[in-house]
Design a protein. Sequence first.
Length: 384
Amino acid sequence: MPKSFQRDRHFWVIATQTAIVNFYLGGFGPAQSLLRADQGTSLTVAGLHGTAMGISSIVAGYVNPLIAHRFGRTRAGWVGLAIFSTGLTLFVISPPVFLTLPATLITGFGTSVVINTMLTSMSHNYGKAAEVAIPQANGIASIGFVIGTGLIGGIAIGFPQLWRIGLLLAIPVAITLFLVGRDKDEVEHIPHEDGPQSGKLSRTFWISWIGFIACISSEFAVSFWAAALLKDRVGSTAAVSTVAIVAMGTGMGLGRWYGGLLLKRLSLDTQLLLVIAIQFFGFLSFWLSHSMFISLISLFCVGLGVSIQFALASIRLIGFSEGRPDLAIGRTSLGAGIAIAGAPFLLGVLGDSFGISRAYIMVPVLILIAFSIVKFVPSHQVKD
């Protein structure tokens, strides 16, 4: 199947679902400095919110085959969005840290269900063209990410006590999408008589899975704590540093929309190696910079680098799954959960102990691990 597809109604509904949860991720991740200031916690305690999101992704990974089997992929997306909306509401109305942590857990679970469903649904619907369709859907999702980052940071500058309220804008958008985008004539899903996808996955899958974890770990380590490094290096406020992360989100959005189109003549592995290299050099520039301008350009390059890593690494894992995409994406979500739970928290712990600048040495190490695994464990997918 050629790497081209029609952006039909199915594409836009799923892409918009993903954009809604990315609005939350865009506002919540970089706002860790704001949340920490509100609650008066350390970097380590604030990093537990990332851990909660990671745990929720792990749980969503384990139950993904069950959800897909029980509800079907279309309904699973709406179920995930409903859970997400519930958790987000609880987060906004629950200021103390002992309440925001479980709220983050619920919101993260819904987010993971939506993203998992997007991956398996588009992989199933578009076949080989998923290498373009999934990054482009993520590109639309990046619009939500950038809006979330800019809006929450902007509110924090003008109204420091109200930044969380901005996150609630995701709720009416989710309700409107459900009312307008839901297929009322959808054929009722009948669970497969063989039950959920199961069985052992190959050694090649699990080695590549480790590379996937390294990719996601490096992305979330930067997105969660880049604002803290900016504040430390250039002396900007927490609110201004949060807005500055829009540069990374912009790079991600452009990379996701155009990356698949510009690189479609390259093999899957070559595409992934190229964007990992871009992330590596962009991060080194950001890490060494003491200038806001250079830091913004560097973050933009980091965004370009990480933009399609998640999609390409996930497609690699589906290819290694021997025809069991729901099982593969479930294990992918498990890996993402480990990355999201571990990387921001570990970076926070290291930041408390050694300073955020020295702690960031873990990021280039993760990037090199990811690059090496893709290089030495090829998917054997060649260009058309």
